[in-house]
Ligand binder design. Structure first.
Ligand SMILES: NC(=O)c1ccc[n+]([C@@H]2O[C@H](COP(=O)([O-])OP(=O)(O)OC[C@H]3O[C@@H](n4cnc5c(N)ncnc54)[C@H](O)[C@@H]3O)[C@@H](O)[C@H]2O)c1
Length: 448
């Protein structure tokens, strides 16, 4: 007997099922590419017309992924990108990759998921599978996404039963933009459905584009596993940041300590200190669980403590910078400071939640004149908390020498650190980028 599930499964297996990817950003665009490479026809959706135009022009707006990825898609008869959400009915499988930020009071903002779910509901039909990839708190897929889809489907929802006619699953994205050793297709994919059939269908989709698919017993396990991964990082980064403060006070080099501990072949995993947390995931996702835990009358003390330590790091760095300037008979007020690196991590152009913004504002608040240099971020855009309206300055020997302090916030490999070592009056290094020049710099180099 054929059922909506059996028809969909055989369409997936034969690469006939059309995949709709909603949100063509850091997660959605490489995912669309991986599934397309696996032979599936892909229809990309975004509300941002400029992204659709860029794809049509063969230009990748995500520089670290390269133009080839976009031209491969654009030149294929099996790929299309659109802003027309009425076309969602054409997709057999819909994968949601929209943002999940925090609201003003650190509460989850799942409005992008809900808006998307409503759009899906408006064209919902039997035989569709919806997979959520956006990071979120446990039960979002079951309690928020699917009900929003069904509500928007109106009268049609009465004849559509979840697990029989339409299907839902969660599969967390584990992308690490800029990491060369892994791509979307090589990172094992976790899949948890709202029911067994949904898990089977979603797993079949990912097997087309991802080498290893790991199915778990429910959407909630998959949602929680993603949070565990990010909380693990947030807590360990906070731990090493706290150790940095303690070891700095004892005049012990924390980076050397981490490297030394890393020689243990088991039971230890290195995390490195920095000027604070950045990116769309680690500073944000843990608080999704904090919020949800409150519904159960529980608190998440590790997460909150880690958040406290990590968000205090820019203040620590600026205190170290002020002390270093003081040692050079300078005050922060009136000083010229050059911040190196605006992106939240090396080799990418993503500035979301970057601690560099905080560092710049803290220096400005203390009366410094601040410029930044980041070859990957020519100008700033308004973000969740900051709107600096600055542009990257060019650097050469003379300009480096003209600043009272160079503050290294993000260590892109393309930066000329030798020139900084040679010409800077003072360097405050939050990334251990200047180690090779340590002996020649003496008191001109301060780690923070
Ligand atoms: N960036 C990462 O490294 C990463 C890693 C793992 C998980 N995630 C998670 O994946 C999700 C997406 O993150 P991202 O970094 O790709 O975000 P992004 O901002 O790069 O991309 C999101 C895209 O969705 C589009 N969009 C917004 N609202 C929309 C709507 N209603 N309909 C259609 N498109 C819409 C935006 O225009 C944008 O192109 C988030 O939940 C994030 O936490 C991100």
């Amino acid at each position: 007997m054929t059922t909506p599930a059996s028809i969909l499964l055989s369409r997936i297996e034969r690469c006939e099922a059309r995949i709709g990817v909603i949100g063509l950003g850091y997660v959605g665009l490489p995912l669309a590419h991986a599934l397309h490479q696996g032979g599936l026809p892909v229809l990309g959706f975004d509300i941002d017309q400029s992204k659709i135009d860029a794809i049509a022009a063969g230009r990748n707006y995500l520089q670290h992924l390269g133009n080839d990825l976009v031209t491969t898609l654009r030149d294929s008869a099996r790929f299309e990108a659109t802003t027309d959400f009425a076309r969602l009915g054409e997709a057999d499988v819909i994968i949601i990759c929209v943002p999940t930020p925090l609201g003003r009071h650190s509460e989850p903002d799942i409005s992008y998921i809900i808006d998307t779910a409503k759009a899906i509901g408006r064209t919902l039909r039997a035989g569709q599978l919806v997979i959520l990839e956006s990071t979120t708190y446990p039960r979002t897929t079951r309690d928020d996404m699917m009900p929003a889809i069904m509500a928007a489907a109106g009268d049609r929802a009465q004849s559509l039963k979840v697990g029989r006619d339409v299907f839902g699953a969660f599969s967390p994205e584990r992308e690490d933009p800029g990491r060369k050793s892994h791509s979307t297709s090589s990172i094992p994919k976790l899949v948890g459905g709202l029911d067994a059939m949904s898990t089977e269908l979603a797993s079949a989709v990912y097997r087309k584009g991802v080498t290893t698919v790991v199915s778990v017993s429910s959407a909630e396990v998959a949602e929680s596993a993603k949070l565990l991964e990010n909380i693990f990082r947030a807590v360990n980064i906070a731990l090493v940041n706290e150790l940095k403060i303690v070891l700095d006070a004892m005049d012990i080099d924390v980076w050397e300590v981490v490297r030394a501990a890393s020689t243990k072949p088991f039971g230890f995993m290195p995390f490195y200190p920095g000027p604070g947390l950045g990116g769309h995931c680690i500073p944000i996702d843990p608080f999704y669980l904090t919020w949800k835990a409150k519904e159960y009358g529980l608190s998440t003390r590790f997460i909150e403590l880690a958040g406290e330590v990590n968000t205090s790091m820019p203040h620590y760095v600026i205190d170290r910078l002020a002390a270093a300037l003081n040692d050079h008979s300078k005050s922060v007020k009136g000083s010229r400071i050059l911040v190196i690196g605006l992106a939240y991590k090396a080799e990418i152009d993503d500035v979301r939640e970057s601690p560099s913004f905080e560092l710049i504002e803290l220096c400005q608040n203390r009366g410094a004149h601040v410029d930044y240099h980041d070859p990957l971020v020519p100008t700033t855009r308004a973000g969740r908390k900051h709107d600096l309206q600055m542009s990257s300055v060019a650097v050469d020997a003379a300009s480096i020498a003209s600043y009272d302090c160079v503050l290294i916030s993000t260590a892109h490999s393309s930066i000329d650190y030798a020139a900084i070592a040679q010409h800077a009056k003072l360097v405050v290094d939050t990334r251990d980028a200047m180690r090779a020049f340590e002996s020649s710099m003496g008191t001109r180099l301060v780690r923070a």
